[in-house]
Design a protein around this ligand. Sequence first.
Ligand SMILES: NC(=O)c1ccc[n+]([C@@H]2O[C@H](COP(=O)([O-])OP(=O)(O)OC[C@H]3O[C@@H](n4cnc5c(N)ncnc54)[C@H](OP(=O)(O)O)[C@@H]3O)[C@@H](O)[C@H]2O)c1
Length: 216
Amino acid sequence: MGAKISREEDRRVLIIGASGFLGSKLFSALSVESDVIGTFFSRPALGLVYLNIQDKKQVSKLINKYNPHVIIACGGMTRPDECEKNQKRAYDVNVKGMNNLVECSKGKIIYISTDYVFSGEKGPYCEHDDPHPINYYGWTKYEAEKIVLKTDDNNLVLRVSGLYGYNERNNEFIETLIAKPVIYKADNCYSSNLFIDDVVNCINSFWNKSVRPLFV
Ligand SMILES: NC(=O)c1ccc[n+]([C@@H]2O[C@H](COP(=O)([O-])OP(=O)(O)OC[C@H]3O[C@@H](n4cnc5c(N)ncnc54)[C@H](OP(=O)(O)O)[C@@H]3O)[C@@H](O)[C@H]2O)c1
């Protein structure tokens, strides 16, 4: 079962991070009905083009070549532990990279952010809650959000929490569950996890509507 998408033939969509968990699901679902260009960084896949978001010339070249109406930004460093250990890289990819995208874009940007922009002290959170990131990953995502929102009133930020679901192209989550006999997880963390198909449908319903710019 997959996300159902309505037809919009003249819609050209660029997905940054189409080799990732959410990006690859979006790529498959939106390609059925729209002209979709997807990028990879370290994991090449059929139909995707290479992009390092840190390289502004590459970003500009890609956008000028395809002229997307909408850019869905779900690429970057997404693992909190890696961001903590490699803070310069996390900043260069997640913050400077988004700045490159925003400066080169001519259309709407839908930026996929995270509930890590909040401290986690309370919850569930809503759009009116003030962000207060307590780790470097959350901080880079919040900085990128501000860049996206201050540049264009049409841009959107979606703060999603832990994603789950099936994905033909990228099934790291399920493969890990099958491969490892024992998985260690924190037992003092609570999260409102999201079904990945719901996120895809939600994104699809957003772009030609006038909606408020921030969703949690
Ligand atoms: N998954 C979750 O549970 C979750 C929860 C909350 C928020 N989010 C947010 O949702 C979005 C998607 O998450 P995800 O789980 O799908 O991420 P993911 O599987 O880790 O994918 C990240 C994507 O970013 C690409 N990328 C990495 N470095 C890049 C660079 N320098 N230039 C361009 N692209 C680069 C990767 O390409 P390669 O793989 O080819 O290297 C990959 O396509 C992220 O913005 C994340 O912060 C995810």
